[in-house]
Design a protein around this ligand. Structure first.
Ligand code: GMT
Length: 376
């Protein structure tokens, strides 16, 4: 059965926006009609699809309002789209504000649309600690027809922090395997002036404090003492100037490339040998999956959903947060043992193709939507 599905997410850079948009695209490819209800065109919606529509949320900037009423504008737009397009399902990403807006929008539209909410982490692991928001998050979860989390760890944390009277379904994230695959060309590596035999480590994030980019730099500096290696730092965010200072003070400027925000990450993973994801909070770690799809093993920290993606000693290593000594040791071992590297790189590819195959994950969402509709 082909469904009419509304999707709301934060459309700018970020894992939740990426997953929501990629899901919309694959659902459209399966014949469903998709309606994005967002403040701007999702950045990954980079191709025309005849069955994907975009409904822009316009926020009123009337000068008397101290804060522009985005949530109310979103709920009104949701109501309009639910009614006009006769949506079957409204799938929102984040409990607040999006699930709460969906509940209001549904009431405004006097509709029986099914509400599915996906929790991505930040809404629980950061906002869940703010007592002024806990009740709103709980309300958004409990009033949704179904709620999914992107990892078992996040489901557990949600129960611990928010204690909603609701069961949570775990549906892992996925990537588009047609986009994330290894490009064997070495052109980019040459253009960056990196010698053929020099190994490349990579870190991609929004440089928030939770990403612990300083540990990435510290671990890299230790590996660099033992072998020829470069570090690509991709992304930008609040910690950027601290990291630039750290790199300068360590005297490793020549071997660290700050690339800023980049699209086409598969090109960068294709010239990389090892990815570091050393966060102190991470509900899934989509960037690890993107790297693995290009055959790049990962070293990640033992937090949140990371160990559900990175399997210790199989497709990379799991280390404790801040244990840069061990991280550097494992990185060096992996980058200098060709046989071990080949094994881990192949298992990284296997992980993406088997445990996180996009077509299987999309099926899980489709099944959940049908259960919501059959339950009405
Ligand atoms: O990691 C971020 O700062 C962005 C954040 C978001 O909300 O977009 O990412 C979260 O959702 C991603 C997609 O599900 C996950 O892969 C990230 O692990 C998760 N981030 C955190 O839990 C910190």
């Amino acid at each position: 059965m082909k469904l009419k599905i509304g999707i709301t997410c934060y459309p700018t850079v970020g894992g939740s926006g990426v997953v929501a948009t990629e899901l919309g695209k694959l659902l459209a490819e399966n014949g469903h009609e998709i309606h994005f209800i967002t403040s701007s065109v999702p950045f990954r919606l980079n191709k025309m699809y005849s069955n994907i529509y975009f409904h822009q949320v316009e926020v009123n900037h009337y000068s008397v309002f101290q804060f522009p009423p985005y949530d109310i504008a979103l709920a009104s737009k949701m109501a309009e789209v639910i009614k006009r397009e006769k949506l079957d399902i409204l799938h929102v990403h984040y409990a607040i504000p999006h699930a709460v807006c969906a509940i209001i929008g549904k009431q405004m539209a006097k509709s029986s649309v099914g509400i599915v909410t996906t929790l991505h982490g930040t809404d629980i692991t950061v906002l869940g600690y703010d007592p002024s928001l806990t009740d709103a998050i709980k309300f958004g979860i409990e009033q949704s027809d179904r709620v999914t989390t992107v990892s078992h760890a996040l489901a557990k944390q949600t129960h611990e922090l928010i204690a909603p009277d609701k069961s949570l379904d775990v549906i892992h994230n996925f990537i588009d395997e047609r986009v994330y695959k290894k490009n064997p060309s070495t052109r980019l590596k040459e253009e960056y002036g990196i010698e053929k035999n020099t190994k490349v480590m990579i870190h991609v994030s929004n440089f928030r404090a939770v990403k612990k980019v300083q540990d990435v730099v510290e671990a890299f500096a230790k590996v660099r003492k033992q072998m020829k290696v470069k570090l690509l730092l991709v992304g930008d965010g609040p910690e950027m100037s601290t990291i630039c200072k750290q790199v300068r003070e360590l005297g490793i400027d020549d071997d660290v490339k700050f690339l800023g925000k980049q699209d086409n990450l598969e090109e960068l993973y294709s010239i990389s040998d090892l990815k570091l994801l050393l966060s102190e909070k991470e509900s899934f770690g989509l960037v690890a999956l993107e790297a693995m799809a290009c055959g790049v093993p990962c070293i990640g920290t033992n937090v949140g959903g990371i160990p559900e993606v990175i399997e210790d000693e199989k497709n990379g290593y799991i280390c404790e947060v801040g244990d840069v000594q061990t991280i550097a040791k494992k990185a060096y071992e992996l980058l200098t043992d060709d046989e071990l590297y080949e094994k881990m790189s192949s298992h990284a590819l296997w992980t993406v193709q088997n445990r996180f195959r996009s077509s299987e994950i999309v099926k899980q969402y489709e099944k959940l939507y049908m259960e919501v509709l059959n339950h009405k």
